[in-house]
Ligand binder design. Sequence first.
Ligand SMILES: [Zn+2]
Ligand SMILES: [Zn+2]
Length: 118
Amino acid sequence: MKNCEVKGCNQLGQRHHIVFRSQGGLDFKLNYKYLCPAHHTGNESPHKKKEIDLRYKREMQMELLSLFFEDTYSLPQIIELIGEDKKNLEKKFRKVLNTAGLYKREDIVRALMGGRTY
Ligand SMILES: [Zn+2]
Ligand SMILES: [Zn+2]
């Protein structure tokens, strides 16, 4: 169990998918944010406020862009960097444009953000 990640909040957190599973989000650490019930689904939460949802997505996107700082990566490298959900990553990247098995950084980040950028 983890505490809520909202600054100054020390309640026990629930696991939130920053890119919702319904938006194509996968199960990996960078897509998780631990939030207490109020910060997860209350009035000041990503499920109720578009700005909060967008802020968390943009923060995640920035983290992905700093993780994938080279121009291209192979699928095994992507899987190693993400570290989880190998099966679903393989499935997702089957549909992503690549040249001889190399994926462009922007295409990787877009795929991991659920097929769009924020
Ligand atoms: Zn959630
Ligand atoms: Zn909280």
